[in-house]
Design a protein around this ligand. Structure first.
Ligand code: NAD
Length: 502
């Protein structure tokens, strides 16, 4: 069959064709057209990529950390220089709006900025005279070959967050980009090369489960960073651990916005709709559920939100919509099934996205916004992450009840509270069992120089995704004790456990 714009892998510093004979379609979600065929790597191709990365690693590890940081700085400048092109690729393969693509690139660059502080973050600790003539110090070394497996919904931000520090602290990095948005990852491969990263230090293998399984099992891969859905995150964590790897695996989210009766409801409605429906709700930190505390709060909010949601504009990025299509026809069908399920389970359908008109008729994967009210725990639309524009309103009588609901949920990625009551906010931030917490902010995603990770089913393993923790995750710490003795010093056998270095 003739291939449409066949893509490559990036192995050993070069674009190489896939040899597995397996390909997957990459779509423009706004038109429904196939825009490329991405090769799906075989086990052997992944092994070859790991081999090239392993070969390149020692020289990169031994390069001065300041020199590596300089290369990261060049890469950062290239990202800025090529912003327009990067945004165009992201919009084309993911369907995002330009504004949203620019936002994710900016946040991704924050991770690259932080990676430039590798010289500082790799510093160890030093003690002199811990015993007679003995100094002891800790030193951080890169791990070797490490792999990052990325989701579709942030074609650049998440890969940059997963990999920039890994490169800067001296690892050879293999990115398994999402097979649904591989073009951005391939594009930045050229930028890494232009910045001066040696061949083999930056690799992109495109693929699916077969490639991932080889990365998980291969003895030369030291660490796995995964971002994606919860069932796959759990699988990656369990399998990686079985093979003795260091693993952090971030999963999905079902994030709540709690609204206290004293909050400014006009502000709340705008915050909920922006954070709930932005990017067609395809964000792990999207707000899924608005929890209104008090009947009156719920009634007033439902009315304001309903009107605003009905006015949202959905369409392709060149029409400057509020949000674009979802990623695939399959995703769209799954979301339609969830809406039908919500109706069946008795939630009140305030806005039905199945009936609303989309600005431009096309074969794209568009879905207008859907809003359910009187949603209850136990309903599928309450329990499951819906990666598309279907949002909920839940009502509770008290803040305690809201906290309890949230803490009982399987996922714990992000949460936020809107209130003018400092004590309520303090109680909330103390008692809530969620990794990223906001007070009067719509999406409590930390900036790139802070750590990022959820709790419970939103994160497996103890690493974080952004932030300084990346430097810890991608290095191993050695403790070194040194003693230099005068040749004249008395020297005798000693079988006692070393407790007194005299
Ligand atoms: P996904 O789990 O389907 O895929 C993620 C990656 O895993 C892809 O590279 C894919 O090729 C690979 N993969 C998929 N199935 C696999 C399998 N069975 N075995 C091995 N590898 C497999 O996720 P997605 O649909 O690309 O992304 C959306 C999900 O990611 C949502 O659940 C979202 O909440 C989550 N996400 C979480 C965060 C976070 O920081 N917590 C950030 C972004 C996205």
């Amino acid at each position: 069959m003739t291939k449409v714009n066949p893509l490559t892998h990036f192995i050993g510093g070069h674009h190489v064709e896939g040899t597995s004979e397996r390909f997957s379609n990459v779509y423009n979600p706004a038109t429904g057209e196939v825009i490329a065929n991405v090769p799906l790597a075989s086990k052997e191709e992944v092994q070859e990529a790991i081999g090239k990365a392993k070969e390149a690693f020692p020289a990169w590890r031994d390069m001065s950390v300041a020199k590596r940081a300089e290369i990261v700085l060049k890469f950062r400048n290239l990202l800025v220089e090529h912003t327009a092109k990067i945004i165009r690729i992201i919009c084309t393969e993911s369907g995002k709006t330009e504004e949203d693509a620019q936002g994710e690139l900016t946040r991704g660059i924050e991770s690259v900025d932080l990676a430039m502080s590798a010289p500082h973050l790799m510093k160890g600790e030093y003690s002199v005279n811990v015993g007679g003539g003995i100094n002891a110090y800790s030193a951080k070394y890169p791990l070797g070959v490490v792999a990052a497996i990325a989701p579709f919904n942030f074609p650049i931000m998440v890969p940059l967050a997963q990999t920039s520090m890994a490169v800067a602290v001296g690892n050879a990095v293999i990115l398994k980009a999402s097979e649904r948005v591989p073009m951005t990852a391939l594009y930045i491969s050229d930028l890494w090369k232009e910045a001066g990263v040696p061949d083999g230090i930056w690799t992109v293998v495109n693929g699916d489960k077969e490639a991932v399984n080889e990365l998980l099992a291969h003895k030369d891969v030291e660490a796995i960073s995964f971002v994606g859905s919860t069932p796959v995150a759990r699988y990656i964590y369990e399998t990686g651990a079985k093979y003795g790897k260091r693993v952090v695996a971030l999963g999905g989210g079902k994030n709540n916005m709690v609204v206290m009766p004293d909050a400014n409801l006009e502000q709340v409605a705008n915050a909920f709709i922006s954070a709930g429906y932005g990017a067609a709700s395809q964000r792990c930190m999207a707000i899924s559920t608005l929890i209104a505390v008090g009947k009156e709060t719920g009634d007033r909010l439902a009315k304001i939100v309903q009107e605003k949601v009905q006015a949202l504009k959905v369409g392709p990025y060149d029409e400057k919509p509020d949000y674009g299509p979802v990623i695939s026809q399959q995703a769209k069908e799954a979301i339609l099934t969830s809406i039908a399920q919500g109706e069946k389970e008795g939630a009140e359908l305030l806005v039905d996205g199945r009936q609303a008109a989309i600005t431009k008729e096309s074969a794209g994967f568009f879905l207008a916004p859907t809003l359910f009210d009187h949603v209850k725990p136990g309903m599928e639309i309450y329990e499951e992450e819906i990666f598309g524009p279907v949002r909920n309103i839940v009502r509770t009588e008290t803040l305690d009840e809201a906290i309890q609901l949230i803490n009982e949920h399987e996922l714990g990625n992000g949460v936020t509270i809107f209130t003018n009551d400092g004590l309520a906010a303090r109680k909330f931030t103390t008692e809530i069992d969620v990794g990223m917490v906001g007070v009067n902010v719509p999406i409590p995603i930390p900036v790139g120089y802070h750590n990022f990770a959820g709790f419970k089913g939103s994160r497996f393993g103890d690493g974080q995704m952004f932030g300084p923790d990346q430097a810890r995750f991608y290095t191993k710490t050695k403790m070194i004790s040194e003693r230099w003795v005068e040749p004249s010093e008395e020297n005798k056998l000693s079988f006692a456990f070393p407790s007194d270095y005299k």
